[in-house]
Design a binder for this molecule. Structure first.
Ligand code: SF4
Length: 550
């Protein structure tokens, strides 16, 4: 037993095995009564981990003991595959769902397994490599919503839309989260009969309302179980869909942490990365203990080392040198940085730069190519990033970031030796391409901001060429100037000036406002005077210094 388990068990009353057996009998009756009570469909969250396996096993066994004519209500078993799951666990869970499907049919069980995935535009790699989101971290944990909550909530909402209500059956246990423990304790008064009969909104109900999903009630049958009781149940009672609980135990053995990533329906879940069933890329936890332990404890898992290397490379807490000095839509945003009693006003860094997005893609494809050679036979078709994800990344780079040098197919061919077959219709046709990009680079002579501005302007014009109406083109071009016509130093200086001005306005400091705004007028007048016949334009302001030097 791990130290964590000992601590957990210490905090709970110990039960004998005979008492556990009694509890299982009571739970079986409770599940059967609850199931037969109404027509509300059940959705069981299954991650393949010990708690959700034990929960589903309890449900399955209880329903299997009912006569066939009573097994009317559908029980959906849902698993979210983030597409960045630990590959060993991912294969394990997929096979388990497949077995479930087959066995449910054979046993005439009303069980329907579903493997849910994030939408392509929200996957981990499309967000990180495509849009340039920095790796998830405490203050910017963008992944859980996109990878786990959205897919499961979409499914649950669809069920609610058709049936009006749903009961979510979760493998959550008190030991997993103090926050949950408190909320569960509130709902545990009264006898089973009272709890079944009482209104679901009552604090004594067996079910409690989901805080985030309307018309969804939550039922957690093993909420009182200790970790060792879960293992006793899994090891002593046979898995009803004929999968191996012994293999599950082996997967857990030898690793340090044994939390489970439950079905995530809201953001109250603590870091789900600290788990054997979290994502292999997770940087919310300081180390991927599960994958590291798998590799250390099992020579056969050494092929996963390239994945661990990428994860560790991504886990860089100070990656500002790899990121844009502007936010994702191009504006400079400032914040007060406090270090050792010193306060400075710094820009909030935005997405990864072009260079680093391309770097991560290359690294990922290299790892995929390598693992496809070295992984065991049953894992040889491992996909770290899919063709659809790469197609979406290419689209974002071309359309949203205006990087018309179209580097993705080249990187793909460089690393894999194969031609990139884009599934997006018309993806390979473009007016601007690598040749035009090279010419532009030469013209801009190493001025990255100038290159960015010219590329944006040219590509904006190209995008509008395809439209039947060109309404909005001037605003879009104006935005290009707003975001890309200044050097990083000037853009940050300008943002600081704006911030100072807005502070002066809010403090009613008229003298400072006058001085700051009249200063600008004077600068414009200087340009006006030197070229008095010409109107003030972005170009005249940007190049005013050069003009004055001439
Ligand atoms: S396991 Fe980590 S990366 Fe995956 S969704 Fe959870 S917090 Fe995000």
């Amino acid at each position: 037993m791990t130290t964590a388990q000992q601590a957990e068990n210490k905090g709970q009353q110990t039960r004998t095995v005979a008492e556990l057996v009694e509890d299982i009998k009571a739970l079986t009756t409770e599940i059967q009564e609850l199931y037969c009570l109404d027509e509300i469909p059940w959705v069981v969250g299954y991650s393949g981990g010990k708690d959700s396996t034990a929960t589903l096993q309890l449900i399955w066994n209880a329903i299997a003991a009912l006569p066939i004519e009573k097994r009317k209500k559908t029980i959906y078993v849902i698993t979210t595959d983030t597409l960045v799951e630990n590959p060993v666990v991912s294969v394990w869970v997929r096979k388990s769902l497949e077995r479930m499907r087959v066995t449910a049919k054979e046993q005439k069980m009303p069980i329907e397994p579903h493997l849910l995935q994030p939408e392509i535009k929200e996957t981990f790699w499309v967000s990180l490599i495509g849009k340039g989101y920095p790796t998830p971290r405490g203050k910017f944990r963008w992944c859980t919503d996109r990878l786990k909550i959205h897919p499961s909530n979409r499914f649950i909402r669809d069920v609610v839309r058709v049936n009006g209500e749903v009961i979510l059956v979760l493998g959550t246990r008190k030991a997993e989260s103090i926050k949950r423990a408190i909320s569960m304790e509130k709902h545990q008064a009264g006898s089973l009969k009272d709890r079944l009969a009482s209104d679901s909104s009552s604090p004594t109900s067996l079910l409690y309302h989901s805080a985030s999903l309307p018309n969804s009630l939550i039922y957690s049958p093993i909420e009182d179980w200790r970790t060792d009781e879960v293992w006793i149940y899994l090891n002593q009672w046979q898995n009803p869909w004929e999968y191996s609980n012994k293999d599950l135990f082996t997967m857990y053995r030898g690793a340090t942490a044994d939390n489970e990533c439950p079905l995530v329906v809201d953001t109250s879940t603590a870091s789900c990365g600290d788990s054997r069933f979290g994502c292999w890329v997770c940087t919310i936890v300081s180390k991927d203990k599960s994958m590291e332990a798998m590799i250390q404890n099992d020579e056969e898992k050494e092929w996963m080392q390239p994945l661990l290397d990428i994860r560790n490379e991504l886990d860089n807490r100070d990656d500002r040198d790899k990121r844009d000095f502007r936010r994702i839509w191009g504006e400079v945003q400032l914040f007060e940085r406090h270090v050792d009693g010193e306060v400075s006003i710094e820009p909030i860094h935005g997405p990864y730069t072009k260079y680093w997005r391309e770097h991560w893609l290359r690294r990922l494809l290299e790892a995929q190519t390598k693992t496809r050679r070295t992984a065991p036979e049953n894992m040889r078709d491992i996909t770290l990033i899919s063709l659809e994800e790469m197609s979406e990344i290419r689209r974002i780079w071309l359309e949203d970031k205006h990087e018309f040098d179209d580097s993705l197919p080249r990187i793909y061919q460089d690393v894999t030796g194969e031609e990139f077959q884009d599934p997006r219709p018309g993806a390979d046709y473009s007016l601007l391409g690598r040749d035009e990009w090279i010419v532009l680079e030469e013209i801009c002579e190493g001025d990255a901001m100038h290159l960015e501005l010219m590329a944006k302007l040219l590509d904006t014009e190209r995008q509008y060429r395809k439209k039947t109406r060109r309404v909005g083109i001037y605003d879009t071009l104006e935005k290009c100037f707003n975001t890309s016509s200044r050097s990083p130093e000037d853009a940050i200086k300008n943002a600081r000036l704006k911030r100072e001005l807005s502070e002066a306005v809010s403090q009613g400091d008229v003298a400072k406002v006058k001085q700051m705004t009249l200063g600008d007028v004077a600068a414009i007048n200087e340009v006006d005077e030197s070229k008095s016949d010409e109107p003030v334009t972005w170009a005249s302001m940007k190049f005013k210094n050069e003009n004055l030097e001439e």
